[in-house]
Design a protein around this ligand. Structure first.
Ligand code: ASP
Ligand code: MG
Length: 399
């Protein structure tokens, strides 16, 4: 078997952890498997490097920042190779240039375009354990780009897809994917499995266990993906195509406090208004999440939408530049949060929405805005009620 194993920053944060991971890697190797390891930077290294850069130049060049940040992963892979050598096993570390892993040019948010597997396969054929830097790629100028925070997961899945690995294991400091963030949801449970689509929704809603592009890639290339702990032998959570394995209608509850609402009140009830509002926002590079339009009354309507909190100011600025739309007033609220439920089973089960509203009603929580998709329902509530709302909803669906 060919297995890709990715270890996150906390799993390799000090010498002891590196040695622990090295032992797990050679155990796999001893079973006769080919092992490719992908690593993140140790502990808080990436944050510390960002702080160092900002200290010298708050507006530092993105190219130079990527040059700096990529060194974090390079330290990890070299140290891991040394630790494996110390156990008496063959290993070689490779960075994105040595592989090479080709990526787009957008510094700080590059995407992997292609991975040349010749060198990696040659090293595997030489019986080496191959240890590769996560989070980085080489762009068409030969420069290092990084894939965005948390991007090492995406490196691992991309490598697993390209190498046609039998398994891609993401090792982290939690033992799997939970039905909610255990720090917020009291009764959160570990899932045995979750579908790609559900995981993608949860990752996009802010569940930080997997980088969302890694899930997109895993789905596209049908990568056999498992999330598990580097500190225990527990089985972890399998992310795969099929769902409803545990016959759960709702597999996760997510809370996102990074939300602000803007309402444009008293817009003429004629065609083109929404188009003008949202094309103006997009021209100002403001990305909008939930959109709601009220039914017209006396030839006017209200259009509300949400943005992330740090885009509230830019969005309000953008509204000053709005042409061709007359309105009565603009109001906004930044003390709100989005609570969402995700589940592939919602599609075919009626009554999910009513159960959700019942849970909120029983806890006397008022709903501001609602948005639904095939496998997700999100509600906006007051920020200070968010955790109570999330627990009430969680316990209604997941027991
Ligand atoms: N080291 C990078 C970060 O902290 C990438 C990763 O850990 O996945 O964001
Ligand atoms: Mg991560």
């Amino acid at each position: 078997m060919l297995i890709v194993k990715k270890f996150g920053g906390t799993s390799v944060q000090n010498a002891e952890r590196v040695q622990n991971v090295a032992r797990r890697i050679v155990e796999e190797y001893d079973k006769g498997n080919k092992v490719v390891v992908v690593l993140s930077a140790q502990g808080h290294t990436t944050d510390e490097l960002i702080a160092k850069a900002k200290e010298l130049n708050p507006k530092c060049s993105k190219r130079e920042l990527d040059m700096l940040l990529s060194t974090g992963e390079q330290q990890s892979v070299a140290l891991m190779a040394m630790a494996i050598h110390a156990l008496g096993y063959p290993a070689i570390s490779l960075n994105a240039n040595q592989c090479p892993i080709l990526a787009t040019s957008t510094y700080g948010n590059a995407r992997i375009k292609d991975i040349d597997t010749n060198r990696i396969n040659a090293e595997l054929d030489k019986k080496n354990i191959v240890i590769i830097t996560g989070f980085q790629g080489i762009n068409k100028y030969g420069d290092i780009t990084t894939l965005g925070r948390g991007g090492s997961d995406t490196s691992a899945v991309a490598l697993a897809a390209t190498l046609k690995a039998d398994l891609c294991e993401i090792f982290t400091d939690v033992d799997g994917v939970y039905t909610g963030d255990p720090r917020i949801i009291k009764n959160a449970k570990k899932l045995k499995s979750i579908s790609y689509d559900e995981m993608l929704e949860l990752a996009s809603l802010g569940a930080k266990v997997l980088h969302n592009r890694s899930v997109e890639l895993a789905k596209k290339y049908n990568v056999n993906l498992v999330v598990r702990s580097s500190l225990t032998e527990e089985e972890g959570t399998v992310v795969k195509e099929e769902s409803l394995v545990e016959k759960m209608i709702v597999t996760g509850v997510a809370v996102d406090k990074d939300v602000a609402r803007i309402s444009v009140v008293g817009v003429p009830d004629i065609p083109g208004m929404a188009f003008k509002i949202f094309s103006n926002l997009s021209k100002h590079k403001v990305s909008v999440d939930i959109i709601l339009q009220s039914i017209g009354r006396e030839s006017s309507k209200d259009i509300s939408f949400t943005v992330s909190k740090d885009e509230l100011e830019p969005a309000l600025k953008a509204m000053e530049d709005l042409k061709g739309v007359s309105y009565e007033s603009i109001s906004y609220d930044k003390n709100i949060a989005k609570v969402s439920i995700v589940g592939a089973g919602m599609d075919t089960n009626s009554g999910v929405a009513s159960d959700l509203f019942e849970a909120l009603y029983s806890s006397a929580i008022n709903v501001n805005m609602i948005s639904t998709s095939e496998i997700k329902i999100s509600v906006l509530v007051e920020e200070k009620e968010a955790e109570r709302a999330a627990n009430a909803i969680h316990d209604k669906f997941i027991r």
